[in-house]
Ligand binder design. Structure first.
Ligand code: IDP
Length: 151
């Protein structure tokens, strides 16, 4: 089982798409093991998007990420890191295939609704960035027996 970090960005909150996106993740069979609403500080954005601080669009990215609070989530499942990235789709909603979250509901790179960790190593770093250990939960549901087979 893997855990991955998801942020529902201000663009999804402003457009009332939180329930829709959550529903997709739940229906896929991913288990929510942590979830909270937070306002991102300048420092947290600069750390989270440290690979982008020198880009010309960084100031508008920062502004967009602070427009409303965000919802941070940690979800768990087999191959969850890759699965969630595939469900999210590529960065620019205009290039994202229909069927993906960005492909179905977004039409730009800046307002692309959702962040998801891009590798197992990044996921661990990002989960630790947004959640304290006591904010993450370990539990089983009856769904897991309906979802998984030994493959
Ligand atoms: P990712 O979110 O698909 O992993 P990154 O390259 O890590 O993509 O970029 C982080 C975020 O920065 C994107 O999700 C998007 O919101 C924003 N972004 C990336 N490229 C651009 C751009 O060219 N213009 C405006 N915003 C961008």
């Amino acid at each position: 089982m893997q855990r991955t970090l998801i942020l529902l960005k201000p663009s999804s909150i402003e457009r009332g798409l939180v329930g829709e996106i959550l529903s997709r993740l739940e229906k896929k069979g991913l288990l929510i093991v942590g979830m909270k609403m937070i306002r991102l500080s300048d420092e947290l954005i600069e750390e989270h998007y440290s690979h982008l601080v020198s880009k010309p669009f960084f100031p508008i990215l920062k502004e967009a990420m602070q427009k409303t609070p965000v919802i941070a989530m940690c979800v768990k499942g087999k191959e969850a890191v890759r699965l969630v990235r595939e469900m999210v789709g590529p960065t620019n909603g205009r290039n994202a295939t229909p069927g993906t979250i960005r492909g179905d509901y977004s039409i730009s790179a800046l307002k692309n609704l959702i962040h998801a960790s891009d590798s197992l190593a990044t996921a661990q770093i990002e989960i630790d960035r947004f959640f304290k250990p006591e904010e993450l939960f370990d539990y089983k549901t009856v769904m897991s027996t309906a979802l998984y087979a030994p493959d």
